[in-house]
Design a binder for this molecule. Structure first.
Ligand code: ADP
Length: 536
């Protein structure tokens, strides 16, 4: 499928340039287009931002009739349709809020030989619930105008995936109803089991599978400890931008609109040409900032995650996370905006434990929110592993750390990890929580740290424990690990902070009591083996 010698190859190249202004394809794009253009079923696994959309948008322009795109998120569909309109491509969208007249017009175009509509985006509900729409599709098919079915976020078909959508199950009938229509499934996250399940559900047992690597060899990954003093944190960033990234373009991601405004003001006062970008600003202002940055008239955009879709500046030399992202997927995608031109670029996360708890209040209503956040915490706190191998493992890619080629802070400069038995500290932290709750005092993680260090928190001070002198940094790591491993739990109170409690299923509780903190030990130190090898 690597060939450029198909009947559509010349037209493909020409449209790619003339319509999208793209001169070279990225890995797996050509192969995917060749498979789908030849009428075969295909699933493409590619990281977000990798360029999946082009793999059906370009074939849509070369094919007779209409490409039907099923996508679960209305906002993403809107973004794509607007982007396509800007390229003068006739793309439309139908969702629950499309008005009647519009629906009728679109449905008429589906079976009108003279219509120019190339891409039709719909939600899965539309397919599952509108008999009228299905009847139209049948007519379109009979006329030979149903050129391709694209299923975005195809992992949503499978209950084993992380984002199952019941309406996606309905897509199984499409292959039976429209056997001649090639299916193209797209996803960024999919394990082997999920893909096998998806193939079964969609009735496409023989389908070509492409997987683009998650590795971006030109990106240098780095974690920095963020100071709890705002001024010190900003001093650090200022120096970084002025010294290491002199006159270079970058993005700084913040947690909130307010934070992005504060950081913008601060950097401007420090003489760095900076613009701010978040969802509360007018479309006009956002577009102004984006354009100035594209033209290198401002160097840095400080933004929330709203700065994302459609950002495709090739020479972004650094992406700094002033505050951590809410998941590894988000982090990967946001930092992946660096180095699109394949030149060496830096992805730096400023980490401190308190930021995790600021985030957890925001994500705890999402079903997998906390798991995702703790994934990030693991990435930031693990001193023992190559950053790339953590990313690769997260995306289910096999990885040898020698492949990193010293392109992360760990491989370039491995830290001496502290060899310390932390079992006692874990138990003492739990004892502190017990003492506090006995006095009706609820502790946040930060207060737990303070209490361990002998400070009075609220009306409470630790008593009767022979606490070892441990640095705050080590204590933070231990608390992070206890949360990741499920020894501690965050409790939410609909306030801006969470408190910590020790509430575990009996087996874990007893494991901790019976001298089995091996898992914790492995991560904090590289000590070979302890006497006790049992794992929770
Ligand atoms: P995905 O759907 O995989 O998350 P997109 O399709 O949204 O990614 O593509 C991300 C960005 O990359 C878009 O701005 C798109 O225009 C751009 N892009 C895609 N393919 C190429 C290419 N071959 N060369 C340059 N830019 C590309």
């Amino acid at each position: 499928w690597d060939s450029e010698d198909f009947q559509w190859s010349a037209a493909l190249k020409q449209k790619m340039k003339s319509v999208f202004g793209i001169s070279e394809l990225r890995p797996m794009q050509l192969q995917t287009m060749n498979v789908t253009m030849s009428g075969k079923d295909c699933i493409l696994i590619m990281p977000t931002g990798g360029g999946k959309s082009l793999c059906f948008q370009l074939p849509a322009l070369l094919s007779k009739g209409v490409t039907l795109v099923v996508s679960p998120l209305v906002s993403l569909m809107e973004d794509q349709v607007i982007a396509l309109e800007n390229y003068n491509v006739d793309a439309v969208m139908l969702n629950a809020s499309t008005d009647r007249n519009r629906v009728t017009a679109v449905q008429n175009a589906m079976t009108d030989k003279t219509a120019t509509m190339k891409l039709l985006y719909v939600t899965p509900e539309k397919l599952a619930k509108s008999k009228r729409f299905m009847a139209k599709l049948e007519k379109m098919y009979a006329m030979g105008r149903f050129s391709r079915l694209v299923i975005d976020e195809v992992h949503c078909c499978s209950q084993w995936g992380h984002d199952f959508r019941p309406d996606y199950k309905f897509l199984g009938i499409m292959k039976r109803q429209f056997p001649e229509v090639p299916i193209l499934g797209l996803t960024a996250t999919a394990t082997k089991n999920v893909i096998e399940d998806v193939k079964k559900i969609l009735n496409i047992p023989v389908c070509t599978l492409f997987k683009a690597s998650f590795n971006r060899p030109n990106l240098f990954y780095e974690i920095k400890q963020k100071s709890s003093e705002y001024k010190e944190a900003m001093d650090n960033i200022q120096q970084l931008i002025k010294r290491r990234f002199t006159n270079q373009s970058g993005i700084i991601y913040c947690l909130s609109r307010k934070e992005s405004q504060d950081v913008t003001m601060d950097l401007q006062q420090r003489g760095i040409k900076t613009g701010c970008y978040h969802a509360d600003l007018s479309g006009q202002e956002r577009s102004r900032v984006h354009k100035l940055w594209l033209k290198d008239q401002i160097k840095v955009v400080v933004a929330t995650t709203a700065f994302g879709m459609g950002i495709d500046k090739p020479n972004v030399r650094f992406v700094i996370h002033y505050s951590v992202s809410k998941s590894m997927e988000n982090l990967y995608q946001e930092s992946g905006r660096a180095g699109r031109d394949n030149q060496k670029s830096h992805c730096i996360v400023y980490y401190r434990l308190a930021d995790i708890f600021r985030q957890s209040c925001m994500v705890f209503t999402e079903q997998t929110g906390l798991d995702n956040l703790y994934g990030i915490m693991a990435y930031c706190t693990d001193l023992t592993r190559c950053r790339r191998s953590v990313i690769a493992q997260h995306f289910g890619e096999s990885w040898d750390r020698s492949h990193c080629k010293e392109m992360c802070d760990h491989c370039q400069n491995p830290v001496e990890t502290e060899k310390k038995n932390v079992k006692q500290i874990c138990q003492q932290l739990i004892e502190i929580l017990n003492q506090a709750s006995g006095l009706e005092e609820r502790l946040t993680a930060i207060k737990l740290l303070d209490a361990y260090q002998g400070k009075k928190v609220g009306g409470f001070r630790v008593s009767g424990l022979n606490l070892a002198p441990v640095t705050r940094d080590v204590l933070e790591r231990i608390i992070a690990l206890m949360l990741i491993k499920g020894y501690l739990r965050e409790d939410f109170h609909f306030t801006a902070y969470t408190t910590i409690s020790y509430l575990l299923p009996g087996d874990k509780r007893s494991l901790l009591k019976c001298d089995s903190t091996t898992v914790l030990l492995e991560c904090i130190q590289r000590q070979k083996s302890t006497k006790d090898n049992s794992k929770p």
